[in-house]
Ligand binder design. Structure first.
Ligand code: MG
Length: 382
């Protein structure tokens, strides 16, 4: 039995993780759950999984919630202290990090410090502090297993050959709802259009990131640190069906792909089961019906976020933290109707260019830069 803690249990990754746990009660035990503020869903999850500990990181809820809705054997804790207690608990073997944004960094850091294995769904952790996180994980013998579907695919395809024989890691991107649009057409797109993703059903932040292709930029940076490959060996190809989740190209020209219908339960389960494979809870490929797969190079002019991501991955240092925080705030402001769609990438570039670059910052410096960036990004207008 593997005892897990799920951070962000009420979100998209969290609920899928619990579906996987539900399908494998002989293999996975849920020791603890953490959510920010959705306490009613968290309460229902405690009834279903009877975890020892449940955490609400929003401390202000302590007086508002109805304790009788939680399972009687689940203890409730609050705030970052509660989160820390959960990820460092002796019983916990693996922490699934499904918290969106830079908010997920602290909990992941504490879990690695405690030597826990990580099923990493929070890409921002590596975008903000990739080198620091990977160094800590190596020191503490903590394994970081990717949950992001592209990185899970790369990880699986990398097992077909030797690391030194890899020519390229090629991330696939659906292209989002605006694939094929020109820069001019993108100037007038609406919030509702941006939230309507053609193949993946995800939370609002990542859905907007797919529309701008910021998500792929964040993933390029994530791949750069997770697998320790230079950006010159990382590439992106548009694949609208989202069936192939990424490719690894070897020096002899052989290309290994991982494919399956788009569903996050598969990469989540693989992170939990690795190195084993368990019978699937996700839909399987239907080979009885004809289907075809398409590929095309990305339009880097219409989606400038992509080049920006490669630059950030290349420069490293403080760039990832600034890029990520600027994008989080820009997306928030776009969703609030304060920014146009095209301004998201432009704002991220402007903030990046105005920040005080350092090549090897400490975690504390990165966190204070994250704060600076947020304030700065709220101030800018076009
Ligand atoms: Mg992904």
């Amino acid at each position: 039995m593997k005892q897990i803690a799920v951070l962000g249990s009420t979100g998209s990754i969290g609920t899928s993780t619990l579906d996987v746990a539900d399908a494998h009660p002989d293999k996975i035990a849920v020791y603890g759950l953490a959510a920010h503020s959705s306490w009613e869903l968290l309460a229902r999850q405690t009834q279903r999984f009877q975890p020892s500990l449940a955490v609400l990181t929003d401390e202000t809820l302590a007086d508002e919630i109805d304790l009788s809705q939680f399972h009687p054997e689940t203890r409730l804790a609050f705030g970052t202290e509660g989160l820390e207690e959960l990820v460092t608990a002796t019983e916990v073997e693996m922490v699934v990090t499904g918290i969106v944004g830079a908010a997920g960094l602290r909990g992941t850091w504490k879990a690695i410090e405690a030597g826990k294995d990580i099923a990493l769904a929070n890409k921002e952790t590596l975008v903000v502090a990739g080198p620091q996180i990977m160094k800590l994980a190596a020191e503490k013998n903590s394994r970081i297993l990717p949950v992001d579907s592209e990185h899970s695919a790369l990880f699986q395809a990398m097992q077909c050959g030797r690391r030194e024989d890899i020519q390229k890691l090629i991330l696939t991107a659906s292209g989002g709802p605006f694939r094929g649009k020109t820069i001019d057409e993108l100037k007038t797109v609406t919030r509702e259009q941006a939230l309507n993703h053609p193949t993946w059903n995800m939370g609002p932040k990542i859905t907007i990131d797919s529309a701008t292709m910021m998500n792929k930029s964040l993933e390029v940076i994530e791949a750069r640190w997770l697998f320790d490959f230079p950006t010159s060996k990382i590439d992106v190809v548009i694949h609208p069906q989202s069936v192939i989740h990424s490719f690894v190209e070897y020096v002899d020209g052989s290309v290994m792909a991982q494919l399956s219908p788009p569903d996050m339960k598969l990469p989540i389960q693989y992170a939990l089961s690795y190195p084993e494979r368990w019978s699937g809870v996700s839909p399987r490929t239907d080979w009885t019906t004809p289907f075809s797969l398409d590929f095309e190079p990305p339009d880097r002019e219409a989606f400038p976020a992509l080049d920006l991501g490669f630059e950030v991955a290349e420069r490293g240092g403080t760039c990832g933290a600034v890029f990520n925080a600027a994008n989080e705030v820009a997306v928030e402001r776009f969703l609030a109707g304060e920014l146009e769609f095209c301004h998201i990438s432009r704002l991220c570039r402007d903030i990046l260019e105005s920040h005080d670059y350092q090549s090897s910052p400490s975690l504390e410096e990165l966190l204070s830069l994250d704060e600076w960036t947020r304030k700065e990004t709220y101030r800018w207008n076009y």
